[in-house]
Write a protein that binds this ligand. Structure first.
Ligand code: TRP
Length: 382
């Protein structure tokens, strides 16, 4: 059996998603839990891409009763965004439409400065570009707040300081290993702050954190803190996803630094077609006659998996493709073309919604209001 590593800072090897849950102590979602989400459930839930959770029941109960709920999902701005980065945001927007959830979107520029070999200038360029992509998703400005750690340090830092006091170095090491610098050692207190912000602004209520499973340690740490400190907050729930498959196949996560390139949100149709045609791992037979006779395997075919994960919403259409592929009627190249076109359709619509103009103006409707800032930051001078 291949071994694998999954931490917020490294994903290596073929990830065994069930064994990972044992390691992390999270639970696979049951059919009943999926049915408890506001219906119709997003395809990411129906198809168990979001496959596990920690304490989701309070969230789903409140969401279906129309009570106050919130969703926090963020971005570490260390490069241009690719397909694997964007689906939690589309999921959050879907929940916002269904439930009126407050959505908080933190950008951890400090974290990426600590973790990567990048200058703050470089990170800030990525932050601005990433923000345009996040806003292209179409969140409701009344109910959505964007926080950039170094820009919103007036509210983030005092809270992170309070929470850092609850974290011992031993607990941190047990969760993350030895950090490469003290910045990254402190950062979990910052991400805990992110996850508690909606409750600190709007009072205690269920918060859901839909994220890739590698981020679960941050949620665990935050849940421990939530139980200990002086604020009136409940523990945020985690909704954990598998990684969008890499074009090259295998069990790791899509990454911009792989040999096979990731598909960027800025890619045009031609580029998507080329990347998929050239790099997408095929579950088809290498020989045409053999493929016609024995058929292909959609389970390992990355073009099919991309459709399954996100890009084909229609369950019946997806099943038809799988059947035709298995029977040999549909060829690998045809499946790739179909997938590339669905991805390109998605990207063209996304790109058309991407806001232009000065970033400060673009982001302004989504920043914390003065009243919210006051609530979060009891200042020295009033
Ligand atoms: N740490 C996350 C990453 O590296 C980004 C992030 C910051 C985040 N704050 C968050 C994700 C809160 C989810 C919730 O990608």
């Amino acid at each position: 059996m291949h071994d694998f590593t999954v931490t917020p800072y490294a994903v290596e090897g073929d990830v065994d998603y069930d064994r990972l849950l044992e390691r992390f102590g999270a639970d696979r979602l049951t059919d009943a839990q999926i049915a408890d989400f506001p219906q119709p459930a997003h395809r990411l839930l129906r198809r168990e891409v979001f496959y596990a959770g920690r304490d989701v029941d309070r969230f789903t109960a409140a969401a279906t009763r129309d009570e106050t709920v919130s969703v926090v999902t963020g971005r570490g701005p260390s490069g241009p965004m690719h397909l694997g980065h964007v689906y939690p945001f589309y999921f959050a927007k879907y929940l916002q439409e269904q439930t009126g959830a407050h959505v908080y979107i933190p950008l951890s520029d400090d974290e990426k400065y600590f973790a990567k070999d990048l200058t703050f200038d470089e990170i800030h360029e990525y932050t601005k570009e990433n923000l345009r992509d996040i806003l292209a998703v179409g969140f409701d400005p009344e109910k959505t707040r964007i926080i950039v750690d170094t820009e919103d340090a007036d509210v983030v830092y005092p809270l992170a300081a309070e929470f850092a006091k609850e974290l011992t170095p031993a607990a941190m090491e047990a969760t993350y290993g030895t950090p490469p610098n003290v910045g990254l050692g402190f950062y979990p207190a910052v991400q805990a702050t992110h996850l508690l912000l909606p409750q600190l602004v709007h009072g205690p209520h269920p918060t859901l954190v839909p994220i890739a499973v590698d981020q679960d340690p941050h949620v665990r740490v935050c849940r421990d803190i939530a139980a200990k400190q002086r604020h009136d907050v409940t523990k945020p729930a985690a909704l954990l996803s598998k990684f969008l498959p890499r074009l090259g196949g295998g069990g790791g996560k899509m990454s911009t630094s792989d040999e096979a390139p990731g598909i960027l949100l800025s890619d045009d149709r031609e580029t998507v077609r080329e990347k998929v045609a050239k790099h997408a791992y095929s579950g088809g037979r290498s020989d045409l006659d053999e493929h016609r006779e024995h058929g292909g395997d959609p389970e390992v075919d990355v073009a099919y998996q991309l459709l399954f994960y996100f890009f084909e919403d229609d369950d019946a259409e997806l099943e038809r493709l799988a059947d035709e592929y298995r029977s040999g009627e549909l060829l690998s190249g045809e499946l790739k073309e179909y997938a590339a076109d669905r991805i390109a359709d998605f990207l063209e619509a996304h790109q058309a919604r991407r806001p232009e103009g000065p970033i400060a103006e673009v982001v302004d409707p989504y920043r914390l209001t003065d009243a919210e800032r006051e609530r979060l930051r009891p200042g020295v001078f009033g």
